[in-house]
Design a protein around this ligand. Structure first.
Ligand code: SAM
Length: 409
C-alpha cells in the first residue's frame, strides 16, 4: 500500500501490478490501497503492452509514454472529421502513431514523428515489418520546408505557448503546395488563442469540428518560408545555456534543481562517474562536468537531449548525452559513482508515480555498491518509502517547497 499526496485539481493515476486505475480530484492527503508493491519496477516499466483499440491491434503502449489510449477524444475527433487522404501522411500527434495506425493502408507512405524515446519504442513495435510506415525521432522544426502533404498534429499545449508557436510555424513551413495540416487543441489549453495564431500563419483555415471542448482545424499551405530559430539562449549563474522550447524550465533555473546543485556540488571529484537521469537542458550535467566529473546525461525527450548537447558545447565540457527512456540506453555493465535526478512526476498534466519509481530503480541498478543517489522532489512526494530498502537514506537539504534526499546503495 502506498500513500500518495494528491494536489488540488490534478489527476492521480497509479499503475501497479494490479493495474488498478484511480482517477479523481484530490485536495488532501489520501491513501490508495491499489498499490501492492513491485517485484521488479524497472522490468514492469520497460514492458511493451499490446492493446486493441476499437478491436484493431496490436497497438503497443508502455508506462511513461504520453501516447494514445482508447477513448482519446482528440485522436477520435481527428479520425472522424478530418477526411484524411493523399499519398503521404506525417503523423506528428505524439501518440506513438495512433493516426498512422488507424489510417494504415490508406497512404502510400506514412511517417511517425516522435520526440519521446518511450513512444518511439512502442511505434517501432506496432509497425514492425510495415514497409509503408517509417518511424522517426525528430522535431517539427527539423522538417524540410515545403515537402509534407498531410500533417496531423496535436500541438504541445502542455509545453508552453512558445513551443506551440514554434510548432505551428514549423508545420506551416513544412507543408508542400496544396498540402493540409490537421490540428486538434482543447479550449482549456488555449485552442481559441492558438487558432488565431494558425490563422495568422496559414492562408486558408477552417474549423472542421468543435466537440467536448476540442477544436479541429484544417489549415492549408501558405507562403511562409522564413527560417525558424527555436533556440532560447540564457545564462544561469553566469554560465551560458541554450534550450529548445518546451524543455523543462527552459530559460531559467528550476528552484528544485538549484537546491539539488547545492548538495551535488560537494560530490564531484576528478574522474567521478556521474549519471544525470532526466537531464532537461543540461543544467546539472554541465555543472557537475565543469567540476571534473565524467558525466552521462539521459533524457526521453529529444528536445532536451539536443539542448543538453548544445549547453555542453557552449560551456566547453564533454558530456555523454543519450536519448533514453529512463535507463534504456545504458548497458547493464555501465555503473556510476553517483546519480543525480529531479525526476518527472507528470505526464502531460497528470501526476504519474510510475516515472519516479522507474528512475529510482534505474539508479539502484546503475550505481556501484556504495554509490550515492541525490534526488530532489516536491516535499509532498513520498519517495522515502521507495528508498527505504537502500543502505542508508537522509534528508540532505530542504526548503518549504522541495527536499533533497541522499541515499546510498
Ligand atoms: N534535470 C533537469 C533539470 O534539473 O533542469 C530536468 C528535470 S525535469 C523535472 C525531468 C526531466 O525528465 C525532463 O527533462 C523530462 O524530459 C525527463 N523525462 C521524462 N520522462 C522521462 C523518461 N521516461 N526517461 C528519461 N527522461 C525522462
Amino acid at each position: 500500500m502506498l500513500e500518495i499526496i494528491g494536489f488540488e485539481g490534478t489527476t492521480v493515476i497509479v499503475d501497479g501490478p494490479s493495474r488498478e486505475f484511480c482517477s479523481t480530484h484530490y485536495s488532501s492527503l489520501i491513501t490508495l490501497s491499489c498499490y501492492t508493491g513491485r517485484v521488479n519496477a524497472l522490468d514492469d516499466y520497460h514492458a511493451l503492452h499490446p492493446t486493441s483499440p476499437f478491436g484493431r491491434g496490436p497497438f503497443f503502449v508502455k508506462q511513461g509514454m504520453l501516447g494514445y489510449r482508447e477513448g482519446d477524444r482528440a485522436v477520435e475527433l481527428l479520425l472522424r472529421k478530418a477526411d484524411l487522404g493523399g499519398r503521404c501522411l506525417l503523423d506528428a500527434t505524439g501518440t506513438a502513431g495512433a493516426v498512422a495506425f488507424f489510417c494504415r493502408g490508406s497512404f502510400e507512405r506514412t511517417t511517425v514523428l516522435e520526440t519521446s524515446q518511450a513512444s518511439l519504442r512502442c511505434a517501432a513495435r506496432t509497425f514492425v515489418g510495415d514497409p509503408k510506415v517509417s518511424i522517426r525521432a525528430g522535431t517539427l522544426w527539423d522538417l524540410p520546408a515545403g515537402q509534407s502533404e498531410v500533417v496531423c498534429v496535436l500541438p504541445s499545449t502542455d509545453k508552453g505557448s512558445l513551443r506551440v508557436q514554434v510548432e505551428l510555424a514549423s508545420v506551416c513551413r513544412a507543408l508542400a503546395r496544396g498540402g493540409e495540416a490537421f490540428l486538434v487543441m482543447h479550449k482549456d489549453q488555449g485552442a481559441k488563442r492558438y487558432q488565431k495564431a494558425v490563422e495568422a500563419l496559414f492562408d486558408d483555415v477552417e474549423v472542421l469540428a468543435k466537440e467536448g471542448g476540442w477544436r479541429l482545424l484544417r489549415a492549408r499551405a501558405c507562403s511562409f518560408d522564413t527560417g525558424i530559430d527555436p533556440w532560447l539562449p540564457f545564462t544561469v549563474d553566469g554560465l551560458p545555456f541554450q534550450s529548445l522550447p518546451g524543455v523543462f524550465s527552459a530559460g531559467k533555473l528550476d528552484p528544485g534543481s538549484a537546491l539539488l546543485w547545492q548538495v551535488a556540488r560537494g560530490i564531484p571529484t576528478l574522474g567521478t562517474r556521474v549519471l544525470d537521469l532526466g537531464c532537461g537542458y543540461g543544467f546539472l550535467a554541465v555543472r557537475v562536468a565543469l567540476e571534473g566529473a565524467l558525466v552521462t546525461a539521459l533524457d526521453d525527450d529529444l528536445a532536451a537531449v539536443c539542448s543538453t548537447q548544445r549547453s555542453a558545447k557552449l560551456n566547453r565540457v564533454h558530456l555523454e548525452v543519450r536519448h533514453s527512456d529512463v535507463d534504456a540506453a545504458l548497458g547493464t555493465e555501465e555503473l556510476f559513482d553517483a546519480v543525480v535526478m529531479n525526476p518527472p512526476f507528470h505526464l502531460g498534466k497528470k501526476v504519474r508515480l510510475e516515472l519516479p519509481q522507474a528512475f529510482i530503480a534505474a539508479a539502484e541498478k546503475h550505481l556501484r555498491p556504495g554509490g550515492e543517489l541525490l534526488l530532489v522532489a516536491n516535499r509532498a512526494l513520498p519517495y522515502e518509502r521507495i528508498l527505504d530498502s537502500w543502505s542508508s537514506m537522509e534528508l540532505a537539504a530542504d526548503t518549504p517547497a522541495f527536499k533533497v534526499l541522499r541515499a546510498v546503495k
